[in-house]
Design a protein around this ligand. Structure first.
Ligand code: PAF
Length: 283
């Protein structure tokens, strides 16, 4: 069983007993753990001697009208997953423990937090970086493990660590997919059967785009866009190529590594997905 800490004193005790002389990995989550999180926990166990999982639905990263209330909460089931995957400590504070007073000082994600997801979710990444920074301060991990599915989050966490000298190694874990390609997400549970079928257009579009990578950026977008446009159940927010380190847009003649990112609404559910690719110079 993992040790469950709900107060700062319990976390302090659990860390003192767990850390020993070895390295510590942190896996930050908002709970509702699925196979994608299991992959993060396993990677954490590979790269460090002990693993702490945080389970906290962070109100700071939800905008007005977003799904904070609807966000699934399933701590008992999450503890089971953490135990099965060999996590040493689960840090599961409530909101009053995490934020004893409304924070005056927060982390600002800057320009890279205002593009892509930041356009429809203003302030979202300020909330994410603030809570991740607090988690790093309270757990003091050597390594932190994040999913590559939330590509913009991963880029911003890496930049925060570099820009603020946080001294945590950030590891990105490849997206876990259903056999038919759907990227695992806590939000998939909101999809009805028809919506789930429509949602497959995201991964299909990314696959088609990646298949055209050697022909350059324009070819990638030309291959991916029609797949999404052909699916009436899908309303695309963005489909774009970005620099994997800065998220700045990739220009037409660019070569080298890039991320192809998509966000779309499938019914009321907003989904994101991405694929890393290497652009050739033919465009
Ligand atoms: O990816 C998530 O689940 C959240 O954004 C995170 C990193 C746990 C911060 O609340």
């Amino acid at each position: 069983m993992s040790v469950v800490a709900r107060s700062r004193a319990e976390l302090h005790d659990a860390l003192a007993r767990t850390r020993g002389g070895g390295t510590l990995a942190l896996v930050p989550t908002m709970g509702a753990l699925h196979a994608g999180h299991r992959a993060l926990l396993r990677e954490a166990g590979r790269v460090a001697d002990a693993v702490v999982v945080s389970v906290f639905v962070n109100p700071l990263q939800f905008g007005p009208g977003e799904d904070l209330e609807r966000y699934p909460r399933s701590l008992e089931a999450d503890l089971e997953v953490c135990a099965q995957e060999g996590a040493d400590v689960v840090w599961a504070p409530d909101v009053a423990t995490m934020y004893p007073q409304p924070p005056l000082v927060t982390v600002h994600a800057g320009d890279a937090g205002a593009v892509l997801e930041g356009v429809v979710r203003p302030g979202h990444f300020d909330g994410v970086l603030t809570v991740v920074c607090k988690l790093f301060s309270s757990v003091r991990p050597d390594v932190a493990v994040f999913g590559q599915k939330d590509a913009q989050q991963l880029v911003l966490v890496r930049r925060m660590v570099a820009d603020l000298d946080l001294g945590v190694r950030v590891v990105g874990v490849p997206t876990v997919r259903e056999p038919d390609g759907l990227a695992l997400s806590s939000r998939n549970r909101h999809l009805g059967p028809d919506e789930r079928r429509s949602a497959l257009a995201l991964s299909r579009g990314l696959r088609e785009g990646a298949g055209a990578a050697t022909d350059g950026a324009a070819a990638v977008l030309a291959a991916a866009a029609p797949v999404l446009a052909a699916e009436p159940g899908v309303a695309v927010d963005y489909l774009t190529l970005a620099d994997p380190a800065t998220l700045s847009p990739v220009t037409e003649g660019a070569t080298g590594d890039a991320l192809l990112l998509v966000a779309a609404r499938v019914g009321p559910t907003r989904l994101i997905d991405n694929v890393a690719l290497t652009l050739g110079g033919a465009s």
